[in-house]
Design a protein around this ligand. Structure first.
Ligand code: DGY
Length: 322
């Protein structure tokens, strides 16, 4: 029986190699534009599976139109763009790629935290603008992180790795807000679970690592920012929809908080004239959390293996819906 998979963006070669080695035909969408759901649905009639990279809306309508698919294999840890309940009802497996990207994403959060605390991206732009003409001992001052409190919202694998970096480098204290207890973090990192409000009030750095869900959509809004310390730094490497951008801009402009580091924005891509890009206390990256060679290879390999295992009738390497 012919087995085939459609891949929504170019992916590392390792994924294609795994598919070839297992006799699976594939097509890769190579154009550098997002292929719309309407465009994709008729094409998918000829495929048994899809590897999704990028913001494809795998909602109920999409899944009902493609109910013949055996698996939606996400090349990402996040699957907020997938209607999981609909996939379950329709008997379509959903896989994702957790774990392998935790270190790279934690590095990105750490980088943004440092960059925001020392206004590094702004300083870099100042040199390019020709504004490095005098060394002023009272200018360009940043914040230090030593002994400060890191508050993580959604302490899972990525947050754990970020906390390890912050504790190792700066002896930071760790508090977190999760639905349940993270016993490993409490045991190994001395993490203390607190309410959301306590976390906002006590943290010098608030880093978000939760999934985007109806409960976390715009969780960081005017009210949340107003409860944070004036010297606090907000870091979001999870999903842009978790903060309200207008409220974040206002909080930064008013001095409600000190700074922000963002790897995710809403919408993505961010427009080049977005005010956040010109703020001295903000560092923005274009959703590169997992963008290292090793990590993207590992993600691509899992995404391909999840397809192969589905065709073989085996359990997925990482399943959201099996
Ligand atoms: C993920 O893995 O969810 C990253 O954000 C890439 O989409």
């Amino acid at each position: 029986m012919r087995k085939s998979v459609y891949i929504t963006r170019t992916v590392p070669e390792i994924a294609l190699q795994h598919l070839k080695d297992n006799g699976i035909e594939y097509t890769v969408w190579t154009e550098r534009r997002h292929q719309s759901e309407e465009e994709l649905i008729p094409i998918l009639k000829d495929y048994d599976a899809i590897i999704v990279s990028g913001p494809l809306k795998v909602n109920r309508a999409f899944l009902e139109a493609c109910s013949h698919l055996r698996i939606v294999s996400m090349m990402s840890v996040g699957y907020d763009n997938v209607d999981v309940a609909a996939a379950k009802e329709l008997g379509i497996a959903v896989g994702n790629t957790p774990g392998v990207l935790s270190g790279a994403t934690a590095d990105t959060a750490f980088l943004l935290l440092l960059a925001a605390s020392r206004k590094a991206f702004h300083m870099h732009k100042e040199i390019i603008r020709g504004n490095w003409n005098f060394w002023d001992p009272t200018a360009n001052l940043g914040l230090e992180l030593k002994g400060k409190t890191l508050g993580i919202v959604g302490l899972g694998r990525i947050g754990f790795e970020l906390a390890q970096r912050c504790i190792g480098a700066y002896g930071m204290k760790l508090i977190y807000h999760n639905r349940g207890t993270n016993e490993e973090a409490e045991r190994e990192l001395g993490a203390v679970r607190v309410s959301f409000d306590e976390l906002l009030q006590q943290s010098d750095v608030v880093s978000v690592h939760t999934a985007l869900t109806p409960e976390t959509k715009e969780l960081f809004n005017k009210e949340a920012f107003s409860k944070m310390k004036p010297n606090a730094i907000f870091v979001n490497t999870a999903r842009g929809g978790i903060h309200n951008e207008a409220d974040l801009i206002a909080a930064l402009e008013n001095g409600t908080i000190w700074g922000a580091g963002l790897d995710v924005t809403n919408p993505e891509p961010m427009a080049a004239d977005n005010p956040l890009l010109n703020m001295h206390n903000v560092a923005v990256l274009p959703h590169i959390g997992s963008a290292t060679i090793d990590t993207r290879n590992a993600m691509a390999a899992i995404a391909a293996k999840n397809v192969i295992r589905t065709f073989e009738g085996k359990a997925l390497e990482h399943a959201v819906v099996e």
